[in-house]
Design a protein around this ligand. Structure first.
Ligand code: IVH
Length: 677
């Protein structure tokens, strides 16, 4: 084997590792995604030509291998303890007093840093190469999730450092950023699946996937918070160790500060608490650690907790308000969901909360939530607000006990609760609410991408009896639209043109747009890769549904859902009609049609946009060469500010970073820079 190729491959790997670090750890990419992909493609090509040179630490080896049957249990070399909690400055002072009692003669320093609400893991490196990752488990032993951890792009598969020994066991917290969490839940809901309750559950679920290819689709992240055996390293204390680990290319916990006294620690904890919502991940408090490893060893641990560290938990962000009304929302699949409307709306975690889903009737009954009740509501990070409990002391007797309707609140048809399900569903497929949701879904950017066709316009079209299903969209003309309110010659022509353009989207988007239960964007993509045309898929779904399950990531539930959908005569007729109208039902290869006007620009999104979900806005930015980051930093170029924005908008303004409203954002997408540029 020529040393030349080996050298070339190693150089390319180093280059890719460098750019991975700049992108995933430093949040400061130096090359475009396209350039990065080209480097990766070149490496893949060279490795395919020289398979004997593939190594496990190559950047190409993050995803691979077959699903495992079950995880292997592995004992931890050092137990993974948990932390004792405190909830007030006073309790932190008591912690300090305990530490000082135990080591009275010594002057000490603390390090305080964020506490991430994720999933704890242990990571073993040998000669600087990542060899094994284990979940915390019961603290004594955990599951070997090495393959899944390899998919975490911010985790170096190898490192090269003068300061950090190559043989080392790190401890870290795996988490999902709020933006990824929202994207993931939006996808699940689009596929008619139950959303995850919070980012931690979603991260834990992803980390415990037996098929690492699924984990790789859910971009997990990690922060390193410590070492398993600090005494075996040259570091004097936590702060110095974390600084060296960071220097070696690892993402370490943020807001870390070494401080000389407990009062300084308290000030830092309270200052970070003030901005807890600035982070794009769930941080539930601070961890205060005696910095020096020698003193940590002296202090030791109880059976459960170290004596040298303690958690300071941020107070839960809660508020009370009253439930003015319980509304019922009818979804695309007919599921009727109770929603609490609050009066007055309350400020919670930097946003105004006006309503909260109550999920289903069982949940409302369990909590006994009634119209007129005073309730305690809570919001964790950026995540969905929830009703924690009713404050029964405040009941006057005038509250209205909850009643789940038997008929659809929109069309009056009977509701049916299938066995084993929590939702009651409207049985009328022609229900205007279901139609509206189905058509709105069909037009979504991630589906048929019909510009100008948002929920309000859909509602208007249904009310005017111009459309009752998605096929009717293709029969709309300027003349039919003109009599409608808010439509003029130009807007009507724009909508008709956008609908016409959607015919060419191709199989993958069309499949997603059909709104088949359990079939999200990802599944539609996989099916379109497998079947070149809708006819081919229908043939298999109807006649050999078992074969569908042989496709990776398509399980029995999805296979059954596809069979049911394509066996339904009404659906068959609709598809037939759409195909006759010229909607392409074959696979089309897409080339990026938009110019890369946002190349290298970093965006932060905050608040709700009317024409885009967060995921759609991110896609629009990425399609034009830009990228979306979670928090405002010196590297942010623009902050897109929607309705009810979070604190990110204020941060941007105070840093002088341009804030764009939806109109300015659309201008920018179209390649027109804001005037002050
Ligand atoms: S230090 C001996 N630092 O919280 C335990 N833990 O409740 C030392 N965690 O198991 C833990 N952020 O999974 C530490 N900055 C941080 C952390 C952190 C999150 C997790 C970790 C730990 C759990 C304890």
């Amino acid at each position: 084997m020529s040393a030349g190729v080996r050298n070339q491959i190693e150089k390319l790997r180093d280059k890719i590792r460098y750019h991975e670090r700049m992108y995933y750890v430093e949040d400061a990419p130096e090359i475009s995604d396209r350039e990065f992909d080209l480097l990766m493609e070149e490496l893949l090509r060279l490795e395919a030509e020289h398979p004997e040179l593939v190594t496990s630490d190559s950047p190409t080896q993050r995803v691979g291998g077959e699903p495992v049957g079950e995880f292997r249990a592995v004992a931890h070399t050092h137990p993974m303890l948990s932390l004792d909690n405190t909830y007030s400055p006073e309790e932190l002072r008591e912690f300090d007093a305990r530490v000082c009692r135990l080591i009275p003669e010594i002057e000490l320093a603390y390090t305080a840093e964020l506490k991430i609400d994720g999933v704890g893991v242990s990571l073993r490196y040998e000669e600087g190469v990542f060899v094994q990752g284990i979940t915390r488990g019961d603290g004594r032993s955990g599951d070997d999730v090495t393959a899944n951890l390899r998919t975490v792009r911010s985790l170096p598969l190898r490192f090269d450092s003068q300061a950090v020994p190559g043989e080392i066991e790190l401890r870290g917290e795996v988490y999902l950023s709020h933006s990824v969490f929202q994207h993931m839940n939006a996808e699940r809901e689009a596929a008619g699946e139950l959303p995850f309750a919070n980012p931690r559950n979603a991260a834990a679920g992803s980390l415990r996937q037996l098929d690492s290819r699924i984990t790789a689709r859910r971009p997990l992240n990690i922060f390193i918070y410590g070492l398993a055996a600090p005494e075996a390293t040259p570091f004097a204390g936590h702060d110095a160790a974390m600084a060296a680990i960071e220097e070696a290319g690892f993402p370490v916990i943020e807001e870390r500060r070494q401080l000389p006294t407990i009062e300084a620690v308290i000030d830092h904890c309270l200052a970070v608490q003030e901005k807890r919502h600035h982070f794009d991940y769930d941080a539930d408090g601070m961890v205060v650690k005696v910095d020096a490893y020698e003193l940590q060893e002296k202090l030791g641990a109880t059976a459960k907790h170290p004596r040298w560290a303690i958690a300071y938990k941020f107070p839960a962000e809660q508020a009370t308000t009253t439930v003015k009304e319980i509304e019922f929302n009818v979804g695309r699949t007919g599921a009727v969901t109770p929603v609490a409307i609050f009066d007055p709306p309350v400020e919670l975690g930097g946003a105004t909360v006006r309503r909260a889903t109550l999920h289903n009737e069982d949940e409302v009954r369990r909590k006994d939530i009634r119209e007129g009740d005073t309730v305690l509501i809570e919001r964790g990070g950026d995540v969905i607000p929830k009703v924690v409990m009713v404050i029964t002391d405040k009941r006057t007797g005038d509250e209205k006990p909850f009643e789940m309707p038997n008929t659809c609140p929109v069309c009056g048809a009977a509701l049916h609760r299938p066995e084993g399900e929590v939702a009651r569903r409207c049985t009328n497929a022609a229900c205007p609410a279901q139609q509206r949701e189905r058509i709105t879904h069909f037009a979504r950017r991630a589906a048929m991408d019909i510009e100008h066709l948002g929920p309000k316009v859909v509602e208007q079209l249904i009310e005017a009896e111009l459309v009752s299903d998605v096929a009717d969209l293709y029969g709309l003309t300027v003349e039919k639209l003109l009599p409608l309110e808010r439509f003029a010659e130009k807007s009507a022509a724009n909508l008709v043109a956008a609908i016409e353009a959607s015919k060419e989207r191709g199989l993958y988007r069309f499949l997603f747009a059909l709104g088949i239960r359990h079939v999200g964007e990802r599944a539609a993509d996989i099916l379109a890769e497998k079947f070149a045309s809708l006819d081919a898929l229908i043939e298999v779904a109807q006649n050999h549904p078992d074969q569908l399950q042989e496709i990776p990531e398509i399980g029995p539930v999805m296979a059954e859902s596809l069979r049911l959908f394509f066996s339904e005569p009404k659906n068959q007729a609709l598809i037939e009609k759409l195909a006759t109208l010229g909607v392409v039902t074959e696979r089309v290869r897409t080339v990026p049609a938009v110019s890369q006007v946002l190349s290298g620009k970093a965006f932060v999104l905050t608040g709700a946009l009317s024409g885009y979900t967060r995921e759609e806005a991110a896609k629009a930015i990425e399609a034009r060469g830009g990228r979306v980051t979670s928090s405002v930093s010196a590297k942010t170029d623009y902050v897109v500010v929607g309705a009810d924005p979070g604190s990110k908008a204020d941060q941007a303004r105070s840093r002088g970073i341009p804030c764009l409203d939806e109109k300015a954002f659309e201008e920018l997408l179209a390649g027109r820079l804001p005037e002050d540029e």
